[in-house]
Design a protein around this ligand. Structure first.
Ligand code: UD1
Ligand code: UDP
Length: 377
C-alpha cells in the first residue's frame, strides 16, 4: 500500500445508473487532486447505452480502468461474480481504499471484496434505512455499512440510524448528500444543452413525470398492471411522461405488452441525467419509486408521490411536506394523492441535505483518514 506522502490509490466500484451520477461528483475532485489516484471499476450491472455510457459521456466520468461485464443475473450469481472479479483486481492493484456508493449489488460486492482483503472501505450514502429487509437495497446497505471503515452520511437521520445500531462516532463522517452536489453542478449544463421539453412538446408544469423500477413494484406483474392502469387513468387529466427502466419494460413486455402500446402514458426510453434534470425541474408533479428521484423532486421543489408500500430512506422529504408515500396498489389513494399534490407545496425554509460540498468533504477526509489509518498501525 502507498502511505506517508505518497500518492493514495483509491478504487471506486460502480455499476448502476445512480452510482455513475454520484461517482461523477467525487471523481471530478479526485482527478484534480495530485495526491490521489482513482481507479474506476464498472461492474457492468447496468450496460445499456442509456443506462450506462450516456452518463460517462455527459458527466465527464473517466472511462473505467476495469469493466467487469457482469450483466444481469439473480442476486446471488450477480453479486458473487462481481465479488470474485473485484477480488482479482484488488489483489493486483493493492489500493489504499475502496470507495462504494449507495445500496446496489455492486455496492455490496465492492464492500465484501475489500473487507475480506483488509482494505479500508469508504461508503458514500451510509446510514440510510427503510427498516424493511425485504428490499434488496436495505440488505445491501446494512452489510455495506457493517463492512465499511468510514461511513459518509448524507443526512442527520442517517447519523441517528447508525448511532442506534451502535456505530462508533469516529467512523461516521457527516458530509451531506453527493446528489445535491450533482444537482447544483449539472443544472447549468442541463439548462444549456437539454432540449427534452421541446422534443416532447411539453410546457413547464403541464405534465407529470413518473418512474417505476423497484423490485417491490415490478416483481408482481398484476400489481404492476394495476399501477400502470392507475397512471393511465391519471394521464386523462394531466399528461404523464415515463422514462421506462429496462427492468419494468421487460416485465411488461413479457406479461402485458398492451400496457406499453395502448397506454395514454407517454413511455419513453431512459434519458440521460441532463434531460432528467430538466424533466424533473419543470414537472408539475413527480411520481416515483426511485430513491434518487424523490430527493431531486425536493431539490427542485416539485411535489412528489413515492409509490411504495415501504417507508422511504429519505424521510426528510416527507417531514418537510414535499413527498407523500402512497401504496401503489391503492388506485383511489394514488389518484387522490396526485390531485392533492398538484396543488400543494412543502415547507421551504429547511434543507437537510448538506451544503452541496459533500464531494470535497469526502476527498478531504479520505486523504486525512488514510494517513491516520496508517499511523494507527
Ligand atoms: C438496481 C439496484 C437498485 C437501483 C437500480 C437503479 C440492486 C439489487 N438493485 O436495480 O437498488 O435502484 O439499480 O436503476 O442492485 N436491465 C437491462 N439493461 C441494463 C440494466 C438492467 O435490460 O442496462 C434489465 C435486466 O432485465 C435486468 C433488470 O433490468 O435483469 C434488473 O437490473 P438490475 O441491475 O439487476 O437491477 P435494477 O432493477 O436495475
Ligand atoms: N435518472 C436518469 N434518467 C432516467 C431515470 C433516472 O438520469 O431515465 C437519474 C435520476 O435523475 C437520479 C438517478 O438516475 O439521479 C436515480 O436512479 P434510479 O431511479 O435508477 O435509482 P435509485 O435512485 O432508485 O437507486
Amino acid at each position: 500500500m502507498n502511505y506517508g506522502n505518497q500518492m493514495k490509490k483509491i478504487i471506486t466500484v460502480v455499476g448502476a445508473r445512480p452510482q455513475f451520477i454520484k461517482a461523477a461528483v467525487v471523481s471530478r475532485i479526485l482527478q484534480n487532486d495530485p495526491d490521489m489516484h482513482e481507479i474506476l471499476v464498472h461492474t457492468g450491472q447496468h450496460y445499456d447505452a442509456n443506462m450506462s455510457q450516456i452518463f460517462f459521456n455527459e458527466l465527464n466520468l473517466p472511462t473505467p480502468h476495469y469493466h467487469l461485464g457482469i450483466g444481469s443475473h439473480q442476486h446471488g450469481k450477480q453479486t458473487g461474480d462481481m465479488l470474485a472479479a473485484i477480488e482479482v483486481l484488488l489483489l493486483k492493484e493493492k489500493p489504499d481504499c475502496v470507495l462504494i456508493y449507495g445500496d446496489t449489488n455492486s455496492t455490496l460486492a465492492g464492500a465484501l471484496a475489500a473487507a475480506k482483503l483488509h482494505i479500508p472501505v469508504a461508503h458514500v450514502e451510509a446510514g440510510l434505512r427503510t427498516f424493511d429487509r425485504k428490499m434488496p437495497e436495505e440488505v445491501n446497505r446494512i452489510i455495506a455499512d457493517q463492512l465499511s471503515t468510514w461511513l459518509f452520511t448524507p443526512t442527520e437521520q442517517a447519523i441517528i440510524n447508525l448511532n442506534q445500531e451502535g456505530y462508533a462516532d469516529s467512523r461516521i463522517i457527516p458530509v451531506g448528500d453527493v446528489m445535491y452536489d450533482a444537482a447544483l453542478f449539472y443544472i447549468e449544463k442541463a439548462v444549456q444543452t437539454s432540449h427534452i421539453l421541446q422534443q416532447l412538446n411539453y410546457q413547464p408544469k403541464e405534465y407529470i413525470l413518473a418512474t417505476i423500477h423497484r423490485a417491490e413494484n415490478t416483481n408482481d406483474p398484476n400489481a404492476l398492471k394495476t399501477l400502470f392502469q392507475t397512471l393511465d387513468q391519471l394521464a386523462r387529466t394531466k399528461p404523464v411522461v415515463m422514462p421506462l427502466h429496462p427492468r419494468t419494460k421487460q416485465i411488461l413486455n413479457n406479461h402485458d405488452p398492451s400496457l406499453l402500446t395502448n397506454s395514454l402514458i407517454q413511455i419513453i426510453e431512459p434519458v440521460g441525467f441532463l434531460d432528467m434534470i430538466m424533466l424533473e425541474k419543470h414537472a408539475a408533479l413527480i411520481m416515483t419509486d426511485s430513491g434518487g428521484i424523490q430527493k431531486e423532486a425536493f431539490f427542485y421543489q416539485v411535489p412528489c408521490i413515492t409509490l411504495r408500500n415501504q417507508p422511504t430512506e429519505w424521510i426528510e422529504t416527507v417531514a418537510l411536506g414535499w413527498n407523500k408515500i402512497v401504496s401503489p396498489s391503492d388506485a383511489d389513494g394514488v389518484l387522490t394523492a396526485a390531485m392533492n399534490a398538484l396543488n400543494s407545496r412543502g415547507i421551504e425554509n429547511q434543507f437537510p441535505f448538506g451544503r452541496g460540498n459533500a464531494g470535497n468533504l469526502i476527498v478531504d477526509f479520505l486523504k486525512k483518514g488514510m494517513i491516520d489509518a496508517h499511523l494507527d498501525h
